[in-house]
Design a protein around this ligand. Structure first.
Ligand code: ZN
Length: 346
């Protein structure tokens, strides 16, 4: 099949690759429709690795995906041929200790699309466990369906925050994950979000999506803004979504006493963590790695119209232009948030 293959660092091409994927009794075969370009895909393209995950042999990119079911295994009951679906890209070992504990995202044996050595889904079709395949509501498009994956990260972060109605939250970073975390926090009951970044167009987009106040940290001091709006008390929750070492080091400063910090963005290198700043505020610190058990909720929020991700999909490329899409994403203008590739039209 024709796929978008990362041969090695800086070497991405569309080429034929032979994959044999037998359909097990609990699997479905899916023809891909839309695949989003994630920061991690771009990072592999640019650097050939993320932390301990190194691209040592050719790997198909892409993990934010939607498609149509074309074949179902003998034991599959909740899906049928023709269903429009999105898929969780991480397949844990169903018998692992982590999976039995419900923390399947932390299973050391998890096989996650486009994380070496596992192929991603920028290709015509894939076989996937039905248990990790979810039907799209009729009013959710394939493009929106491919946004469920990054939205799941935001919802997992909102769950970890244990939001109480009326909470005020700060979101550091207005990339796709930051904005989707802000929308998730609002859906979870926050009354007001402050979102910080250095790219004004992204901040403006975020501000148009709800009670979200943009803070351009090139022009304003985030802590001063929060103090002004909270009578000097601070925000109940700080979501760190920038992955920027300098921003992350300041994560306790806008936080209220007794508040919660949720670390979502993964920094490229270790950053200083101010233990005493956390202690003085008795900060609760939560960490987010991917997500677990949130796809049905993400789809319900999208299907009900409560959470709209369409404004975030700023750029679309055809499958034939996939390499162009990655080069674009590598040097993305500040007006762009999410780049998607249409693998096939319906
Ligand atoms: Zn992603």
């Amino acid at each position: 099949m024709e796929a978008v293959v990362l041969e090695k660092q800086h070497d991405l091409r569309i080429r034929d690759i032979s994959l044999t994927e037998p359909l097990g009794p609990h699997d479905v075969r899916i023809d891909l429709r839309t695949v989003g370009v994630c920061g991690s895909d771009v990072h592999y393209y640019e650097w050939g690795k993320i932390g301990p995950f190194v691209v040592n042999e050719p790997m198909i990119l892409g993990h934010e995906a939607s498609g149509k079911v074309v074949e179902v295994g003998a034991e599959v009951t909740h899906l049928k041929v023709g269903d429009r679906v999105c898929m969780e890209p991480g397949i844990p070992d169903p018998n692992s200790r982590a999976t039995r504990l419900g923390i399947y995202n932390l299973d050391p044996a998890v096989r996650f699309w486009a994380t070496p050595p596992v192929h991603g889904v920028l290709r015509p079709s894939v076989v996937h466990p039905a248990a990790f395949t979810f039907k799209l509501p009729d009013n959710v498009t394939y493009a929106e369906g491919a946004m469920i994956e990054p939205l799941a990260v935001g919802l997992h972060a909102a769950n970890k925050a244990r939001i109480r109605p009326g909470d005020v939250a700060v979101v550091m970073g207005a990339g796709p994950i930051g904005i989707l975390t802000a929308l998730s926090a609002l859906a979870g009951g926050c009354s007001q979000i402050f979102i910080s970044d250095v790219q004004q167009p992204k901040l403006d987009l975020a501000a148009s999506l709800g009670p979200i106040i943009p803070v351009n940290v090139k022009e304003e001091n985030l802590v001063e803004v929060i103090n002004r709006h909270t009578e000097g008390w601070g925000a109940d929750i700080v979501f760190e979504c920038s992955g920027n070492e300098r921003a992350a080091a300041d994560v306790f400063k806008p936080l209220c006493p007794g508040g919660t910090v949720v670390l979502v963005g993964i920094p490229g290198s270790p950053f200083p963590f101010d233990v005493s700043a956390a202690q003085i505020k008795e900060a609760r610190i939560e960490n987010v790695f991917r997500y677990a058990h949130v796809y049905p909720r993400a789809l319900a929020l999208m299907g009900s119209g409560k959470l709209d991700v369409k404004p975030l999909i700023t750029d679309r490329f055809s499958f034939a232009d996939s390499v162009k899409a990655f080069d674009y994403a590598l040097h993305m203008p500040p007006t762009s948030v999410k780049v998607q590739i249409t693998v096939a039209d319906d």
